[in-house]
Design a protein around this ligand. Structure first.
Ligand SMILES: Nc1nc2c(ncn2[C@@H]2O[C@H](COP(=O)(O)OP(=O)(O)O)[C@@H](O)[C@H]2O)c(=O)[nH]1
Ligand SMILES: [Mg+2]
Length: 203
């Protein structure tokens, strides 16, 4: 699949602000600063569709992007930023829950982890949560340009065991800097959309 068209559709902090659930959605989750915005820009071929931030912890909204006038990519607020207050992190939890637990048109959540580090306790918790809701299965290892080829293989093993991924779950190393890996992710997204469409036709 190629992305020819992408636009920010809605910025939401509560369900009343979400767009109608009339299109399939693929969401991105991960620690703040892991590279979610950079990945979105890489996939869409746009330099600044999503704001890339030097200082972590800025995105406190759920951002809905309309892709090819067809489906949506949803950028979820990042977690794991040390300096947030308890009330802020509770707000984050409520925002995530209200989206992830009730969104009927949500097909999958792509979990992003930094290829250089062992997934954090919060990454593990997030992946467990996604598994529980049947939304897990695709992990993107970001910043692949920062490690050697050999280390990529090692990191992928560490990510797989730490997140307790299923055999059929996949890890895709991606570099926004070198512009690699995004084609594989786009193909996976296309597969998800195709099979969801087949299912909805069967009904
Ligand atoms: N070297 C390298 N840096 C990256 C990559 N992806 C993101 N970054 C950097 O990581 C920082 C956080 O990126 P951003 O996309 O804003 O992360 P977000 O908070 O998850 O949306 C920025 O300084 C990016 O330039 C990558 O693939 N390679
Ligand atoms: Mg971001």
């Amino acid at each position: 699949m190629k992305i020819n068209k992408s636009d920010i559709e809605t910025v939401a902090v509560k369900p009343a602000q979400y767009p109608e659930p009339d299109r399939f959605e693929i969401a991105f989750a991960g620690r703040s600063n892991v590279g979610k915005s950079s990945l979105l820009n890489l996939l869409t071929g746009r330099k600044s569709l999503a704001r890339v931030s030097g200082s972590p912890g800025k995105t406190r909204t759920i951002n809905f992007y309309l892709i090819n006038d067809d489906f949506r990519i949803v950028d979820l607020p990042g977690y794991g930023y040390a300096k947030v207050s308890r009330s802020e992190s509770e707000k984050w939890g409520q925002m995530m829950e209200s989206y992830l637990e009730n969104r009927e048109n949500l097909l999958k959540v792509v979990q992003l982890v930094d290829i250089r580090h062992k997934p954090s306790a919060q990454d593990v918790q997030m992946y467990e949560y996604l598994k529980y809701y049947g939304l897990s299965g695709i992990v993107v290892a970001t910043k692949a340009d920062k490690v050697s080829r050999n280390e990529i293989q090692k990191s992928m093993k560490l990510i797989r065991t730490t997140l307790d991924m299923d055999k059929s779950d996949i890890i895709i190393p991606v570099s926004a800097l070198k512009r690699t890996g995004h084609d594989i992710l786009l193909d996976e997204i296309e597969k998800l959309l195709d099979s969801a469409r087949e299912k909805s036709e069967d009904k």
